[in-house]
Design a protein around this ligand. Structure first.
Ligand code: CDP
Length: 232
């Protein structure tokens, strides 16, 4: 039995409190806010629109272009916002996590732009960004086969926990932290998985099972927010 106590007292499989809302950026074609604990992401979708420059157009299918940005005021120690290696990596990962559910063949030669802004960060920003982006794409009416719900699971020393906050990502005791952000469709297909740290194959399987369960909770909240917007 584990004696591990999480810094904020959560159970190992307990998510941080989640808030989600669509239609938060009126001028965008679709938008959403996804908050998990103290991490807040806003996604705004523009398009589909003609891709410029012309040589970047794909006549067979549309292009999803995601831009992830952590605002300078999102963490206590101000950071330089805008493009950097980390932001470029997360932008690309967000595209890969979402592309499998998008029917890009419905808008050849066009582009859908998704701008993700992290206005407050306490770990798990890529997952919050992917959750907000998936909702914003649905809100914009982009044809989708399924929803994408993202959550990070991890290991604190030897114990697997879901939805790590920053204090947990910085865990120093024992084996230290392992962070595994995972994105899943509602039908259970993994569209994105990263692994930062060390974990055995057996524990990785356990972590993925926990991520699947947690992603269902995320999905229900995304669905509820989209339904509420439709009913308005
Ligand atoms: O945010 P996420 O967990 O997806 O990515 P990360 O690169 O593992 O960053 C973890 C956390 O570190 C962020 O959510 C921020 O709270 C913090 N961070 C920071 O304070 N300054 C940075 N330049 C990057 C991250």
């Amino acid at each position: 039995m584990t004696t591990l106590k999480r810094p904020d007292g959560r159970k190992v499989d307990e998510l941080r409190p989640i808030k989600a809302k669509v239609g938060v950026v009126p001028n965008a074609d679709g938008s959403a806010m996804f908050q998990s604990g103290d991490t807040i992401a806003i996604a705004a979708v523009y398009g589909p629109k003609k891709m410029h420059p012309q040589h970047s157009q794909n006549p067979e299918k549309g292009t999803l272009r995601c831009t992830y940005n952590m605002n300078s005021f999102s963490v206590t120690e101000r950071i330089r916002s805008g493009p950097n290696k980390r932001a470029m990596e997360i932008s690309k990962i967000t595209e890969w996590a979402l592309e499998p559910v998008l029917m890009l063949d419905k808008f050849p030669s066009q582009v859908v732009d998704v701008h993700i802004n992290i206005i407050q960060a306490d770990a798990g920003t890529r997952c919050a960004g992917i959750n907000a982006a998936a909702m914003a794409l649905a809100h914009a009416g982009i044809p989708m086969r399924d929803m994408v719900s993202s959550i990070s699971v991890g290991k604190l020393d030897k114990t697997i926990v879901v939805d790590l906050n920053k204090a947990e990502e910085d865990w120093e005791e024992g084996e230290g932290p392992t962070d595994i952000p995972v994105s899943l469709t509602h039908s259970g297909e993994i569209t994105h998985l990263q692994l930062d740290g060390k974990i055995s194959g057996k524990q990785l399987n356990e972590a993925i099972t926990m991520a699947k369960k947690a992603s269902e909770k995320v999905y229900e909240i995304q669905k509820k927010a989209l339904k509420e917007a439709l009913e308005k």
